[in-house]
Design a protein around this ligand. Structure first.
Ligand code: ZN
Ligand code: ZN
Length: 426
């Protein structure tokens, strides 16, 4: 049996960009190593969750790991909270949160991400103050910051249950069932948490909404007094005086174990808490990595080394690389292109010489497209290539969205990928 390297480049897919000569960032990037793989591959294009769906990363990852998200997904909040080690039982209410900046005298939001420059260390001090000073009536909570302005919150009703059928206080996301859906247009005002339509009479939802609103009010009071924010004010930086809740869930997903499901031993490389949560709940081993730094080249080199080391212990490695998604959300197509080139040079460039196709299958794809043009995830399919020796390659010279559509694998949906990869390694 060959080894499988399942490499997912977050938000890789894009649309042609005029300033790149009508090419996508992937198409325009200089990526000799990925193109070496392309020559020995079969290609196709993938709707990771389904056609006409612009998925969030978590739902997409669940799907491309072989699970029907409609059956298993219980919301982003529970996944991230679990990943961060917050204890969560059925009937607890778990949120994904952002630190944000609002006007002191009103509910108008100035920046949903505190200018993207709140450090993890600052957020940690703010979280500590919130846990120490905020008290809720009839409930307890655990609050934890994760990376930068991001964090998680679990509220537990004393001696009872809460319902997650409540709306987001973050105006940028709609709640549709267990899914969080990014809104294209929204008014930048803190939303009051309420039971979702049709659940107005649910006691557990009313209580959940009241506790959430109370948490927001009390945490803002603590944050506005915090020395962390006073320092930021002095430095003319936006202050973190608001917690925005979204994607509440009331239980953890129960996945069948991935290694048993496909009869291969899985390890993984993941960076973001939500991916860690999915990895742990599906039964993959997490290969520990140092936190990402500003030196992307160094980070990718290190990851390539760790992959080679870990390949001895596992049949398959799932490797999720965050690189291209973030610049795409800011519409920075040149930075997205650079991030692809760095991944090619330092990750693939260090990996390929040490993991010959003779005994390794490379499956390279993405969890969703993030077109720079719209600065958000889209329903566009993502390209896929599966490179291996002993197959009849499609004869395509370069890996990109356009070429993937000409590949022999044709159109696929996320849950079809894992069973397909298994046929290549066995
Ligand atoms: Zn993603
Ligand atoms: Zn994204």
């Amino acid at each position: 049996m060959k080894k499988l390297l399942y490499i997912v480049l977050d938000g890789l897919g894009d649309r042609p960009i005029k300033d790149l000569g009508n090419k996508t960032p992937l198409e325009a990037a200089n990526k000799p190593n990925m193109d070496k793989l392309a020559l020995k591959s079969n290609m196709g294009f993938v709707y990771t969750v389904g056609e006409k769906i612009a998925p969030e990363s978590d739902v997409a990852v669940i799907s491309i790991l072989g699970y029907d998200p409609h059956k298993y997904y219980t919301g982003r909040g529970p996944l991230e909270s679990f990943a961060e080690g917050l204890d969560m039982k059925d009937g607890d209410l778990a949120y994904r949160i952002n630190f944000a900046t609002k006007e002191k005298s009103s509910d108008r939001i100035i920046d949903r991400r505190v200018g993207r420059n709140l450090t993890t260390e600052e957020a940690g001090r703010l979280a500590e103050e919130i846990n120490r000073k905020v008290r809720l009536n009839g409930a307890t909570f655990k609050f934890k910051n994760t990376i930068g302005h991001r964090g998680v919150l679990v509220i537990k009703k004393t001696g009872g249950r809460l319902s997650s059928e409540v709306t987001n206080t973050d105006p940028a996301y709609e709640k549709e069932g267990v899914y969080g859906v990014a809104k294209e247009v929204f008014e930048n005002i803190v939303q009051v948490c309420k039971p979702v339509n049709g659940r107005e009479n649910s006691k557990e939802a009313i209580e959940a909404a009241n506790l959430t609103n109370d948490f927001l009010k009390k945490s803002t009071a603590v944050l506005e007094e915090s020395p962390v924010n006073m320092e930021r004010e002095k430095q003319n930086k936006p202050i973190a005086n608001l917690i925005l809740t979204r994607d509440g869930g009331e239980r953890l997903p129960k996945f069948p174990n991935i290694s048993k499901k496909f009869n291969i031993k899985f390890g993984c490389f993941v960076e973001m808490p939500v991916e860690k949560g999915i990895a742990l709940l599906t039964g993959m081993d997490i290969v520990e990595l140092p936190l990402p730094t500003k030196d992307l080249g160094g980070d990718y080199t290190l990851r390539a080394g760790k992959v080679i080391e870990a390949l001895g212990r596992y049949d398959a490695l799932y490797i999720h690389i965050k690189g291209p998604d973030e610049p795409a959300h800011d519409g920075k197509f040149r930075e997205k292109l650079t991030s692809i080139e760095l991944i090619d040079k330092y990750f693939f460039g260090n990996l390929l010489p040490k993991s010959p196709l003779k005994n390794t299958v490379f499956a390279v794809t993405s969890d969703h497209s993030t077109p720079c043009e719209i600065k958000a995830h889209s329903e566009d399919p993502v390209p896929l290539m599966i490179s291996s020796s002993g197959i009849r390659p499609d004869g395509i010279e370069s890996f990109c969205e356009r070429n993937a559509k000409k590949g022999s694998l044709g159109k696929l949906i996320g849950p079809e990928l894992m069973p397909l990869f298994v046929t290549y390694i066995k």
